[in-house]
Design a protein. Structure first.
Length: 621
């Protein structure tokens, strides 16, 4: 949630700040702002409610200039979306300019104390407290030693202020009396720094840096960076000055541009064959009929002693975990539990020795998922992460894990990251299965099926026109039911979630047989039911459930395997997908449901890539 950018160098700062914020629109926001320093004691500030395009107009109106600046997109937490609540905030009589991601839990205490000391608050945010607190500490430092280097004084002020905070933060701070310096700090909210030639860039994630910097530094928790045009200095709260760990920025411009598609979501749906290939590349070993992972940091001998697996996640990632539950229990015969991270973090379940936790998060920054992982680590259990973002908090804090290699996913509604999670979890199921239960020949058959998957998804993408036609038929419906069994029960949940997220139509997913136990009361002529029912072990059972819906006058959309003639005589609309093994059906069958949700949202005039109230990376509780 929210997005931070910063720049210090030789060019106009707003030339990076505004496009940088636009590249992070997917994070979710309702207001935005930029601030630049224009000389000693002088600054420019432009803030607005709404989209970045309005901010761009305001920047021109306010003549915002300067070669150093910060910017922010805000997703409202403390106080409504207003210009006064938008970032950057000002602290200490125009001394400090600051933008912040995260939540400060003890802000009310400090707000009351600072107000009693004469600090004037202009907003309802927790962030303004930080700006005033830093200004307070700056002046207190001057009282101690007036000869101290100004940069050191600024550093001490920031360090002293954040030591008093309880909560999470990603901070960019400027002092109007230091028009060459940005201070960056992180605890629980991501910050990256791009290294250029005579310039540095700051952002919440790497996407704004594409085309500007080829090298990147991922800031870790409890680290502070002093950033000038020529220098980057990093300190750790406990260890003092440390050498920056510089990595190559492995994203190109095609990854963050629309490339001719009308929306990022549609682009990312059509990227799935390639993202699946990337997830599998180098990880399937035919010689040993198993999967190979380089980052688990647990030996096969250690993993042989795992007798229980907990998968924890939120939203779409939770649905991928449900798919994995079926996979791992079938392939490896290991008991699996899938837990909502927001629930697991506050529960105290009995967790025996020999339990392994997998935390699943596209961004690697999901607050609830990280909290659940940390709780399990405190109890001494091994933790592994499955995420898409190198350098993310999850990647840093888990004992090991697997990257998806899906490339940047910019649309808020996850598509290619979901299918990459499913195939990655499928490979992990194969790996555990070969340790415990699956023979060589079965392992080879599973690998052969996986190799054919990208082409099956390419064929499934040809349902786009049919999905658009069906969308036109049902785009005015107010309720939809999604029904599947076994491996395709999670598909029903995920299909319903996609529709809810981007079209704002109420939709629910159920195991098809559960319709008789209550939800069938909702069925009428205006409530379509989407059945996910490729040929498989429960096909006949799902067919019976479909007939129950038709008997009560409910319209039926069926997603079936090619060549299925039986459904055609019953369903109102049929979408044909390639036949694949049962365990891969969730990856293929979700494709037409993604397309159906997309086209319904477009026909309803919704903002597909930036749905209301949602954010790509949920970093608050």
């Amino acid at each position: 949630m929210c997005g931070i950018v910063g720049y210090v160098g030789f060019r106009s700062a707003v030339e990076f700040l505004v496009p940088g914020l636009k590249r992070m629109e997917y994070r979710g926001y309702d207001s935005a702002g930029v601030a630049t320093l224009t000389g000693w004691g002088d600054f420019s500030l432009a803030k607005t409610v709404g989209r970045i395009d309005r901010l761009q107009e305001r920047v021109i109106q306010e003549s915002v200039t300067g070669t150093i600046g910060i910017g922010h997109t805000r997703w409202a937490t403390h106080g409504p979306p207003t210009e006064s609540n938008a970032h950057p905030h000002i602290g200490g009589n125009n001394l400090v300019l600051l933008a912040h991601n995260g939540v400060i839990e003890n802000y009310q205490f400090w707000k009351e104390r600072l107000a009693s000391e004469g600090f004037d608050f202009q907003s309802a945010t927790d962030t303004e407290v930080i700006a005033h607190l830093i200004a307070r500490q700056w002046h207190r430092r001057a009282d101690i030693d007036t000869s101290v280097d100004p940069h050191a004084r600024a550093l001490a002020a920031v360090q002293s202020a954040i030591a008093k905070l309880r909560g999470t933060y990603g901070l960019v701070v400027m002092f109007t009396e230091l028009p060459d310096l940005i201070i960056v700090a992180r605890l629980g909210s991501p910050i990256v720094i791009g290294v250029g030639d005579g310039e540095h860039f700051v952002a919440s994630d790497p996407s704004p840096l594409v085309g500007h910097a080829s090298k990147i530094v991922y800031l870790s928790d409890h680290q502070i960076a002093l950033v000038t045009a020529e220098n980057l200095r990093i300190l750790h709260r406990d260890y003092g000055a440390i050498e920056p760990s510089v990595s190559a920025l492995e994203i190109d411009s095609n990854d963050v541009e629309l490339s001719g598609y009308p929306h990022y979501m549609l682009k990312e749906i059509f990227e799935q064959p390639e993202s699946l290939e990337n997830a599998m590349r180098g990880r399937l070993c035919e010689d040993n009929a198993t999967a190979v992972f380089g980052g688990l940091n647990l030996s096969p001998q250690q993993l042989r002693h795992i007798n229980r697996i907990i998968l924890t996640a939120c939203g779409t990632s939770f649905h991928a975990g449900l798919v994995a539950e079926y996979l791992i229990e079938e392939f490896a015969r290991i008991p699996v539990e899938v837990e909502y991270a927001s629930e697991l973090r506050y529960r105290n379940p009995p967790v025996n020795q020999g339990t392994l936790l997998f935390a699943i998060s596209q961004s690697g920054e999901t607050a609830d998922t990280l909290a659940a992982l940390r709780e399990m680590k405190r109890k001494g259990h091994p933790t592994l992460g499955i995420c898409n973002v190198v350098g993310s908090t999850l990647a840093q804090e888990a004992d090991g894990g697997v990257f998806l290699h899906a490339g940047p996913e910019i649309g808020v509604a996850s598509t290619k990251a979901y299918t990459s999670q499913c195939i990655t979890l499928s490979m992990l199921a194969l790996y555990f299965g070969r340790l415990h239960h699956i023979g060589y020949d079965s392992g080879r058959r599973i690998i052969d099926a996986m190799h054919q998957l990208p082409d099956a998804v390419r064929t499934a993408l040809k349902t786009n026109d049919e999905a658009r036609r069906i969308a036109g038929k049902y785009c005015h419906a107010e309720n939809l039911l999604y029904l599947g069994r076994q491996y395709n029960y999670p598909t029903a949940l995920e299909g319903a979630l996609k529709l809810k997220e981007i079209s704002y139509i109420h939709a629910e997913g159920y195991p098809a047989a559960e319709m008789k136990h209550g939800p069938i009361a909702l069925v009428d002529a205006s409530t379509p039911s989407v059945f996910i029912m490729p040929q498989g072990s429960v096909y006949d059972k799902v067919m019976s459930n479909l007939e129950e819906i038709k008997a009560r006058g409910g319209p039926v959309i069926a997603v079936v395997a090619e060549g299925d003639k039986r459904v055609r005589n019953l369903a109102d609309d049929v979408i044909y997908i390639p036949h694949v093994d049962d365990f891969l059906q969730p990856i293929v069958s979700i494709v037409p449901l993604q397309l159906l949700a997309y086209h319904i949202a477009v026909l309803r005039g919704c903002d597909v890539d930036k749905p209301r109230n949602l954010a790509k990376s949920v970093t608050v509780e």
